[in-house]
Design a protein around this ligand. Structure first.
Ligand SMILES: *[C@@H]1O[C@H](CO)[C@@H](O)[C@H](O)[C@H]1NC(C)=O
Ligand SMILES: *[C@@H]1O[C@H](CO)[C@@H](O)[C@H](O)[C@H]1NC(C)=O
Ligand SMILES: *[C@@H]1O[C@H](CO)[C@@H](O)[C@H](O)[C@H]1NC(C)=O
Ligand SMILES: *[C@@H]1O[C@H](CO)[C@@H](O)[C@H](O)[C@H]1NC(C)=O
Length: 589
């Protein structure tokens, strides 16, 4: 087999130049890259079996970018409304250059792989950051000094190949950010779809096929019309629809239905009759029109409901189980965030949406720190290119379930969500009602403090003010110096969504993110018309202008057996800075 016999023939000159024994010694000096200890980090997965060692694994090495710090320095200037470079976003080519690994990094990693008999071709990805090889599990185990297992999902028939720890030669730690698949268990099935089905609507006929009268007030049910009224977008007419675009990401084999969209438009947005959305299939994602998803339909219908006639692209992202144990063609790695981020990095500037909404998440503690950091850093590259990236904050308040820490102590602590906790995205919590608009009541708006990402300076004053009000409530349950979220909020209950021709009423911050993103898409339209630039990463602008949002001061986000945090005057970890007021936001952009 190539992998074992090719060692000598593939040996490069650089390797021959150094004594074989010292290379061997260098590569034998291993150090743990990531370890979960002895236990599986997520209760959703259980040990299943030992994989056939000959099974091919598509192993990917994420190389360290040569200049990520420079990219962050640019991002901090171009997203700072007080900086002279505000709005001067980087091009795709500039970002690619900063993210490209150094030639030293490339050479060190190639030398190591080649020494082990792994053939490394030209780097395929446009951003040149990933080395991807199809090798037998047995060889991956040698490279990483680890043992792979098959794990089964407790609520589905999904199976994944993962390990509980892996190592790399010590000198390669500074060159390799992460290896995938290894210790990431947060896969598609357990990514929470933050959308709750709420079939019963108080005061209304519970027959879901019966006509619902669109409410203008958002008091009983939520429709595009009431959101437009509530958030003051009703009188704005977009003009930049040839250059401005909104993107929705769909995971978990969620498909958005064209015919449901058409029904939705007829019923709730007749001005948009004849409009449509575009589906882009990424990484083998499908577009099964006979299998519409609640989440996908909700996201597409409400992002359009607020931002129409801004064009909308729905990204159907592959990476869904089951993993085929007898696959001869390389396993599916089931790590869809990375797959999508790698792919979107190749999209040219003039095709990149200016606004993105994503409604999926994991418990932060189930995501390996190196994986979370990689995903979060790649989200920062979208901001650096001038896109606004929004995520739902989650539907379980300060944490779902028993909230036990998975570090072996079983300590009960608040459980932040990821990617909501990434400091380079805008995280959206949920509200309900009008006059006053309050934190959601049917479920708890996700919020809290990251244990992984430190607090960015743009929110330091706002969080400090909240902590002063909070006193010692929940002390010991959260890390007050972590990145705090959500940043903002929007309605999250009673959304009227068409699925398979029927009207359903949905709850969740999955409603809130596309709604807020719809408002942002309109703001991007306005900014493009005004000065030809886009908003990009929003948070520094929003925290500098809290009065442009409707402050939500009532409600809590219970969870982990506690009543969670309380909404308060100013920023709070339940509803953030508040809900959008388009006219006020328009005045500050
Ligand atoms: C490889 O891992 C095992 C534990 O699984 C450990 O005992 C051994 O020392 C490691 N090898 C090296 C070279 O670090
Ligand atoms: C629901 O309403 C539809 C349309 O009005 C009607 O045809 C259907 O029989 C009703 N179903 C039930 C269970 O009441
Ligand atoms: C929307 O686009 C899809 C895919 O091109 C197409 O099948 C569908 O008929 C379109 N719907 C409308 C209302 O144009
Ligand atoms: C709290 O968060 C900070 C910043 O992320 C981190 O440096 C520190 O280790 C965390 N402390 C605990 C106890 O988790």
């Amino acid at each position: 087999m190539l992998f074992s016999s090719a060692v000598l023939t593939l040996l490069p000159l650089t390797t021959l130049a150094s004594p074989f024994s010292s290379r061997a010694a260098l590569y034998a000096d291993l150090s743990t890259k990531h370890s979960w200890g002895a236990s599986i980090p997520s209760a959703s997965w259980v040990y299943h079996s030992t994989p056939d060692p000959a099974t091919l694994l598509n192993l990917r090495f994420g190389l360290r970018p040569s200049n990520f710090d420079t990219l962050l320095a640019h991002l901090s200037e171009t997203s700072d409304p007080f900086h002279e470079r505000y709005g001067k976003h980087l091009s795709k080519e500039q970002v690619d250059e900063l993210m490209r690994p150094s030639s030293e990094t490339l050479q060190e990693v190639k030398d190591w792989l080649t020494w082990h008999g792994v053939e490394v071709g030209a780097l395929p990805s446009a951003s040149d950051r990933w080395i991807s090889v199809n090798i037998p599990i047995s060889l991956a185990e040698t490279l990483l000094n680890t043992t792979y297992h098959v794990f089964a999902h407790t609520d589905s028939d999904a199976k994944i190949v993962r390990t509980l720890e892996y190592s790399l030669p010590r000198h390669l730690h500074e060159h390799i950010n992460l290896v995938s698949p290894t210790t990431y268990f947060g896969t598609t099935q357990s990514m929470r779809t933050t959308s709750l089905l709420q079939p019963k609507i108080s005061g209304l006929n519970s027959n879901l096929t019966a006509e619902l009268t669109p409410s203008i007030s958002c008091r009983t049910v939520v429709t595009p019309t009431c959101l437009q009224e509530l958030y003051n977008t009703a009188n704005y007419t977009p003009t930049q629809t040839n250059v401005n675009k909104i993107g929705i990401t769909g995971y978990l084999a969620q498909y958005a239905s064209y015919s449901d969209y058409t029904t939705f438009i007829q019923k709730y947005l007749p001005d948009a009759t004849g409009s449509n959305f575009t589906v882009t299939q990424v990484n083998g994602g499908y577009n099964y029109q006979n299998s519409p998803g609640l989440e996908a339909n909700l996201d597409v219908q409400y992002a359009t409901g607020v931002s129409w006639p801004t064009p909308l692209t729905f990204y159907s992202i592959g990476g869904s189980p089951p993993f085929l144990l007898d696959s001869a063609t390389g396993s599916n790695t089931n790590e869809p965030y990375l797959d999508w981020l790698d792919w979107i990095a190749t999209v040219p500037d003039d095709e990149l949406p200016n606004t993105f909404s994503t409604s999926y998440g994991d418990d932060e503690q189930t995501v390996p720190a190196d994986y979370a950091t990689e995903v979060c850093n790649l989200l920062a590259t979208l901001g650096a290119r001038g896109a606004s990236v929004l995520f739902s904050s989650g539907d379980s308040g300060v944490g779902a379930g028993n909230c036990q820490s998975n570090d072996g102590t079983n300590k009960v602590i608040f459980q932040p969500a990821f990617p909501a906790s990434c400091p380079y995205v805008t995280t959206v919590g949920g509200t309900t009602g009008i006059s006053p608009e309050i934190a959601t009541t049917d479920f708890a708006s996700g919020g809290g403090f990251s244990r992984l990402f430190s607090q960015p300076s743009y929110q330091a004053d706002a969080v400090k003010a909240f902590l002063a009000t909070n006193g010692d409530a929940n002390s010991g349950m959260f890390n007050a110096s972590g990145r705090a979220y959500p940043d903002v909020a929007a309605q999250g209950q009673g959304f009227q969504v068409i699925v398979r021709g029927q009207t359903l009423s949905l709850d969740g911050t999955s409603c809130s993110s596309p709604t807020f993103a719809g408002v942002v898409a309109l703001l991007n339209d306005y900014k493009l018309a005004k000065d030809g630039t886009t908003l990009g990463f929003l948070n520094p602008l929003l925290y500098a202008n809290p009065d442009a949002l409707n402050d939500i001061t009532t409600g809590t986000n219970y969870g982990c057996g506690t009543s969670g945090f309380s909404a308060a005057t100013g920023w709070d970890p339940v509803t953030g800075l508040g809900t959008p007021d388009f006219l006020k936001l328009q005045a500050i952009v």
